[in-house]
Write a protein that binds this ligand. Sequence first.
Ligand SMILES: Cc1cc2nc3c(=O)[nH]c(=O)nc-3n(C[C@H](O)[C@H](O)[C@H](O)COP(=O)(O)OP(=O)(O)OC[C@H]3O[C@@H](n4cnc5c(N)ncnc54)[C@H](O)[C@@H]3O)c2cc1C
Length: 306
Amino acid sequence: MEKKELIKRLRELLKTSSIVEDADMSGYTSFRAGGKAMALVEVENKEQLKAALQFADEENIPHILLGNGSNTLFADSGYNGLVIKLGRGFANMAFDLGERATVGCGASMLLSKAAALMSDQGIAGFEFASGIPGSIGGAVFMNAGAYGGEMKDIVASVHAVSPDGKEEKDFAGEEMNFGYRRSILQDNGWIATDVTFNLTSGNVEEISAKMKDLNARRNAKQPVNYPSAGSTFKRPEGYFAGKLIEDAGLKGLTVGGAQVSTLHSGFIINKGGATATDILQLIALVQNTVYDKFGVMLEPEVRIIG
Ligand SMILES: Cc1cc2nc3c(=O)[nH]c(=O)nc-3n(C[C@H](O)[C@H](O)[C@H](O)COP(=O)(O)OP(=O)(O)OC[C@H]3O[C@@H](n4cnc5c(N)ncnc54)[C@H](O)[C@@H]3O)c2cc1C
């Protein structure tokens, strides 16, 4: 089927105008680089999500779910498929406060927003995530973590939709197979729509002070003023990626508009006008140099599409 016809049918099926044709993915990802996707659709409820997935499945259209795009890089050659984003209809939050606090959170809500709402309610345990610029869904997919905490510690269950859009089910925290920057969603392609967290009740001032402190530490140590996807590489066992890169003499190394940050060597940043190709070439250069010097192969943490 022709692209125009596919998009027309999808519009009719979902009864939505929220479909961007030839979507420039640099506008949807924190690296601010990369090519175009065939189309980007924002869905507002589970029925629309399932219908979009079923349509893509039946028409054999490649598709990917995008959260806040803070760990994703699309190649300059683009993506000949459908990018699905969960809209505001997936940004709800519900509390059950007692001795323990149970919080239900829609997958499109940003971690920063969730953290602020929890802080206002005196809910402790989510502070570590407040400065991570992702969505709840992306954080669960990645088992995002910082400052000694990770999603694994607080996720009670995840409600998800199957990749073909035909089934829904709950995964208990133990079933999520969380590991370092890993979860079962990376293997089975299910899409998280709602996440339930097990937290504790705490003191509003203490929670807020802890978040402020963690964010100040983050702002001092990370190049937060430049577009990036955070740590470019996973932490290799027994090493720190940033230290290996710095020890290999690669701090400040530049390819086109992409640079190994001079503030934190674990970050590749977009200094201005970087293409995805610049970033990918720099990633490869860093990997090869570190491997030649130390025999350690760095694995990208950023998800590369296309
Ligand atoms: C400045 C900066 C600092 C960062 N600091 C940290 C940090 O301290 N710790 C850390 O762990 N990460 C950090 N990151 C990386 C990033 O923020 C996290 O990986 C975050 O969890 C990604 O969430 P996202 O919604 O942006 O995901 P996206 O980039 O949109 O997607 C990442 C992956 O998750 C999948 N996905 C997204 N939503 C869903 C869903 N609902 N269901 C199923 N799959 C889904 C996507 O398909 C994709 O494969 C940082 C990034 C930046 C730019």
